[in-house]
Design a protein around this ligand. Structure first.
Ligand SMILES: NC(=O)c1ccc[n+]([C@@H]2O[C@H](COP(=O)([O-])OP(=O)(O)OC[C@H]3O[C@@H](n4cnc5c(N)ncnc54)[C@H](OP(=O)(O)O)[C@@H]3O)[C@@H](O)[C@H]2O)c1
Length: 268
């Protein structure tokens, strides 16, 4: 059955390849990116290559939470039923560390933007018969410093990225409890996949990008995972495919999750 699927950050990397595969399978796909020209080019490329036309573009720079809210308002109006949201947009290296509001760009793009977008369009996601939200976490997960989260202190790229991914995972588990009718899964798609992010950050890769794409397609579409809400899938474990594993201990610490969400609400 054809599903309506939004993939954020699908102008490059595993998001783009995932959007391609979803189109090949005949789903209605929304490609999202920060740059309108790039979004239009990817939408055209998918349409031409797959000879399938139900592909649409969405634009918002996720460093800007006002732009995220505007995009959410547009989605609320234009896409009444969303079956699957893949929160994939992410950043590791960035020239500017802070956004115009003084928040660390990794925290904004990797955690606050998907938090704002998802919460704003929850009612549309709930219209689906079997809704799913897939949140792109990472093997890199580090305790979230409130000072880093609110932009008061700056940490290394490695540490801030890992903090943003643990924040996303903590919220993901909380969302699964809050919304028992939505399957919410956090996933490490595999470390050092062959994408712009890994190559820019480390100058090397360990695995083809397709390893991450395959698991995103599985988690999003397969019936195997419909009862795995509130879990973390680690694609570094196992071969060729990973399995559900424990995330960082903080992701199970109710007091820390409560504190994270309280601070998050003050920021948005
Ligand atoms: N690659 C890995 O080894 C690996 C490992 C673990 C987790 N992950 C996670 O997997 C996800 C995808 O990563 P990837 O490796 O495919 O990265 P990528 O090739 O760098 O692609 C990232 C995507 O996010 C978009 N993006 C970046 N900043 C944005 C912003 N400010 N606003 C809107 N969109 C923005 C990019 O847009 P542009 O096309 O405009 O750049 C691109 O479409 C990320 O969340 C990443 O943290 C990756």
């Amino acid at each position: 059955m054809s599903k309506t699927i939004i993939v954020t950050g699908s102008t490059d990397g595993i998001g783009k390849l995932t959007a391609f595969s979803l189109a090949e399978k005949g789903h209605t796909v929304y490609v999202h990116g920060r740059n309108e020209t790039k979004v239009d080019a990817v939408v055209s490329e998918i349409k031409t290559t797959t000879n399938y036309q139900d592909i649409h573009g969405l634009v918002a720079d996720f460093t800007d939470l006002e732009a995220v809210s505007k995009l959410a308002a547009q989605i609320k109006k234009d896409i009444p039923k969303i079956d699957i949201l893949i929160n994939n947009a992410g950043i590791f290296k960035t020239k500017e560390v802070h956004n115009k509001n003084g928040l660390d760009i990794r925290m904004v793009v990797n955690y606050l933007a998907p938090y704002v977008l998802t919460n704003a369009i929850l009612e549309n996601i709930k219209q689906s018969e079997a809704p799913r939200i897939i949140n792109l976490s990472s093997a890199a997960q580090a305790p979230v410093s409130e000072a880093v989260l609110i932009g008061k202190e700056q940490d290394s790229a490695n540490s801030t990225y890992a903090q943003s991914k643990l924040a996303l995972t903590m919220w993901s588990f909380n969302l699964a409890k809050q919304e028992p009718n939505i399957t919410v899964i956090a996933v490490n798609p595999g470390s050092l996949l062959n994408t712009k992010m890994a190559n820019e950050a480390y100058g090397l890769h360990w695995s083809p990008a397709e390893k991450g794409v395959d698991i995103l397609l599985h988690l999003a579409l397969s019936d195997d995972y419909k009862n795995d809400s509130g879990k973390y899938f680690d694609n570094d474990k196992g071969d060729p495919k990973g399995y559900f594993s424990p995330a960082h201990p903080d992701a199970y610490d109710e007091a820390k999750i409560k504190a994270l969400l309280a601070t998050t609400k003050t920021l948005i």
